[in-house]
Design a binder for this molecule. Structure first.
Ligand code: GRF
Length: 229
């Protein structure tokens, strides 16, 4: 599968995908080719990771464009030119205009550090602590026009411990984000996941609840609709 990655920062989620695709004796955990990395921050460390891996990168600062529409037109024309089959937003900190979201519907996913639908947007770790939640985590979802609001595909959960800070939560959630994103992209590459209208199909059947990442890094169906072996 030809995969494009959008990222704004450090790129540890991108690195996890890259390592998983290239690991092992054969093709690794999934058969994926990273055809481009795209960023709205020309100084983002993710671009260095792309260069090290020999993957083409594109970046531009939105300040150099007259509008969001113009920036997105340039970005998505660069993306379309490399013909990806899947776009992964891995820490891409910018809203994408609706026309492009619609164009890539069902083929663009995002990872968000909360158990959606809780805590869309920013500062998720601080908001979990302020609310006194016992549980936190991350979600991979299809991208729609609603910010962090598209149909969820899979989640990873962690317990919130006494003494946790935003830094400890961010670190533990990130440690689960990596296997969550790898397992979800692997399932998509394998043809197990699709978007039909507003529901996610897993092996052809609608998910009533997002898949859950288990301790071994495998995705499990938990909505009482077990998948065939
Ligand atoms: C992750 O926590 C991701 O969920 C959030 O931004 C962070 C990106 O981390 N949206 P990295 O750039 O992948 O290291």
């Amino acid at each position: 599968m030809r995969i494009a990655v959008l990222a704004s920062g450090r790129g540890s989620n991108f690195q996890a995908l890259l390592d998983a695709a290239n690991s092992g004796e054969s093709n690794g955990q999934f058969d994926g080719e990273f055809v481009g990395v795209f960023s709205d921050r020309p100084e983002a460390p993710v671009l260095q990771r792309a260069a090290t891996a020999g993957i083409p990168a594109w970046s531009a600062a939105p300040a150099g464009f007259a509008s969001r529409a113009e920036f997105d037109a340039a970005l998505f024309s660069a993306i379309t030119a490399i013909q990806p089959q899947l776009i992964v937003m891995a820490g891409y900190m910018r809203i994408v205009s609706e026309a492009h979201v619609a164009q890539w519907r069902g083929r663009m996913i995002n990872i968000h550090p909360s158990l959606l639908p809780k805590y869309t947007g920013l500062r998720t770790h601080a908001r979990v602590l302020a609310a006194g939640d016992a549980e936190h985590g991350a979600t991979v979802h299809f991208v729609t026009a609603q910010l962090d609001g598209g149909p969820p595909i899979a989640q990873a959960r962690i317990g919130v411990q006494p003494g946790d800070t935003t830094a400890t939560l961010a670190q533990r959630v990130l440690g689960r984000e990596h296997p969550l994103l790898v397992a979800t992209v692997a399932a998509i590459a394998h043809g197990d996941i699709a978007l039909a209208d507003d529901s996610v199909l897993y092996r052809g059947r609608p998910l009533a609840m997002p898949l859950q990442l288990d301790a071994q890094g495998a995705l499990q169906r938990t909505d009482g609709n077990p998948h065939p072996p």
